[in-house]
Design a protein around this ligand. Sequence first.
Ligand SMILES: NC(=O)c1ccc[n+]([C@@H]2O[C@H](COP(=O)([O-])OP(=O)(O)OC[C@H]3O[C@@H](n4cnc5c(N)ncnc54)[C@H](OP(=O)(O)O)[C@@H]3O)[C@@H](O)[C@H]2O)c1
Length: 334
Amino acid sequence: MPTNQRWLLTARPVDIPGPQHFVADAVPARAPHAGEALLETLYLSIDPAMRSWMSAGTLYQQAIPLGEVMRGGGIARVLESRAEGLAAGDVVQARLGWQSHPTLAARYLQKIDLGLGTIEDWIGPLGLSAVTAYFGLRDIGALRPNDRVLVSAAAGGVGQVAVQIARIEACRVAAIAGGAEKCAYARDALGAHATIDYKAEADLSAAIARACPDGIDLYFDNVGGATLDAALEHLRENARVVLCGRISQTAAAEPYGIRNLGKLAAVHGRMQGFLVFGYHARYDEARTWLAARLRDGSLRQRLHVLEGLAQAPLGLRMLFRGENMGKLVVRVAS
Ligand SMILES: NC(=O)c1ccc[n+]([C@@H]2O[C@H](COP(=O)([O-])OP(=O)(O)OC[C@H]3O[C@@H](n4cnc5c(N)ncnc54)[C@H](OP(=O)(O)O)[C@@H]3O)[C@@H](O)[C@H]2O)c1
């Protein structure tokens, strides 16, 4: 039986999560009972939402109890199966937890279709961050050709796909990202028409005005706080604001009070949040669309790969420091 390497949650974060909140241990992997499979984790996705799961929990997820394996989704290979329809060698996605060899009930495992894309595609541009960008823009944002679109955290997992979907749909896209390298990537690799390095701008609203000279029809917000407030000032008539994430606020001591909501009324605009899990029944639709664009070369998603389960806690900290360049994942085994 292989050894199951694990990360256990041992403390709740007050600000940025990181290695100080976890302890590593190793236990023998458990042989599967009837209806279960023993897995070898290949990739884990590292996501901003994990901080909420580590602290108070969310409306859709309870807080992870202290002493338990850290929660996290990923892709694994079946090593041994006692479940109908699952065989050794199958590749599945599931909420695996931060562990190298979980044993899970088959009802929690979803076999992935390697005809649609590679394992790296499934953790990346066919994964949940890309699916989030798809539904956020199209369903919540009612994306239309020629929209003037602004995307924040544009070089990250969700953001880079949002920029490209908007570009593919013939929109004019401005991208906000932290640092010259991320902005260059958004412009040169993702096709953004204008970029804003928010870390280099003393007046973000003025920078948005320069990047979006005709205003904003659709703002895809990944960060909340002062960035959302500045974007609101530049909304056009019938604008849509998609509240995808608020990473600037998750570790903030004081929540930022939005001042420019009056603009939303003035332009007959709409602001709406969403959780991708609400689209579970339609994931296949998004993945079919995304896979077609991967195949024709119009879409890509840069992965930022950390090697080894040992890197997972550091990876989580990187997200909140803006140190990831692309969709952050941990390769646990190849
Ligand atoms: N609604 C949903 O169902 C759903 C699903 C998945 C993700 N999300 C949300 O989508 C957003 C992006 O998630 P992701 O997984 O793709 O992460 P990501 O964008 O790959 O990584 C997070 C990025 O956020 C930026 N950031 C960090 N702290 C910031 C701060 N204080 N102010 C401004 N920007 C900051 C950094 O980019 P810069 O270097 O550019 O600052 C960092 O690289 C998150 O808010 C996440 O919660 C929502």
